[in-house]
Write a protein of this length. Structure first.
Length: 252
């Protein structure tokens, strides 16, 4: 007697769904952890290294500060490369994989903005190696004289800051698109989406003011970056703690 081919297939057990659910949740948590690494790396590179060792309007003092803290400067550059070229890019891909079912267009837009931002910032980072290159090749640049080498170092740091500002123009698009995805899909609490959209607006205003109206930028910084920190940290922590629900994603 043959088996009835029309017999219904057994329903998938709850345990069968568990590996997939854990996989989606794990991706979200890894993305959140990497986001926290990116935030911490950026705070270290900008707030502990670049900010304290750069003296606005004083090339000689800036060059001396970098020379006297060469190890810290190298660490700042290394941390920047690691979090930007490693943690950030993996995070962007994971977030795209998570969000593309819910909002494919905005997910792709966020990924493009993020990758372009990382590329621009990575190119700008080469400027921060200029002080190290001058110290490593002291004989080769001796003909420039102390005053000129200090001016070159200061100009390189300022060019990096300009490049970083251009990178933020694109990163503002990533934040805003991510916020829209959250608001439209409810894959995270609505306030997180609002804060991410606000973060994108703050990055955009900050970057544009630095280029177009430096006087206004002086008044805005660093306070305009506070909503950015709150929004991005909120999203990262939510992903780490809550992850993502495979069942919720399956609805899209």
């Amino acid at each position: 007697m043959t088996a009835d081919s029309s017999a219904p297939m057994p329903a998938r057990s709850r345990e069968a769904d568990t590996p997939h659910s854990l996989s989606v949740r794990a991706q979200a948590r890894i993305a959140g952890a990497l986001y926290l690494i990116v935030i911490a790396g950026g705070l270290f590179a900008e707030g502990v290294v670049l900010g304290p060792l750069t003296v606005a309007g004083d090339a000689a003092a800036t060059a001396r500060a970098i020379a006297n803290n060469e190890t810290i400067w190298r660490w700042g550059l290394g941390v920047h490369f690691i979090y930007l070229g490693g943690a950030a890019l993996v995070m962007y891909v994971l977030l795209y994989r998570l969000f593309r079912r819910a909002q494919p267009t905005f997910a792709l837009l966020a990924l493009v903005f993020a990758v372009v931002s990382a590329a621009v910032e990575g190119a700008a980072l080469l400027q921060l190696y200029v002080p190290l290159a001058i110290m490593e090749n002291a004989r080769g640049v001796a003909a420039l004289g102390p005053g000129n080498t200090e001016a070159v170092i200061y100009l390189a740091v300022r060019l990096y800051e300009a490049g970083f500002g251009f990178a933020l123009l694109f990163f503002s698009g990533f934040c805003a698109a991510t916020g829209v995805i959250i608001l439209r899909s409810r894959l995270a609490p609505r306030p997180v989406g609002v804060m991410m959209v606000l973060a994108g607006a703050c990055y955009l205003v900050g970057a544009l003011s630095t280029t177009v109206a430096p006087g206004i930028a002086t008044l805005l910084f660093p306070w305009i970056l506070l909503p950015c920190l709150v929004g991005e940290a909120s999203l990262a922590l939510w992903l780490v703690v809550k992850g993502a629900d495979a069942g919720q994603l399956a609805r899209y």
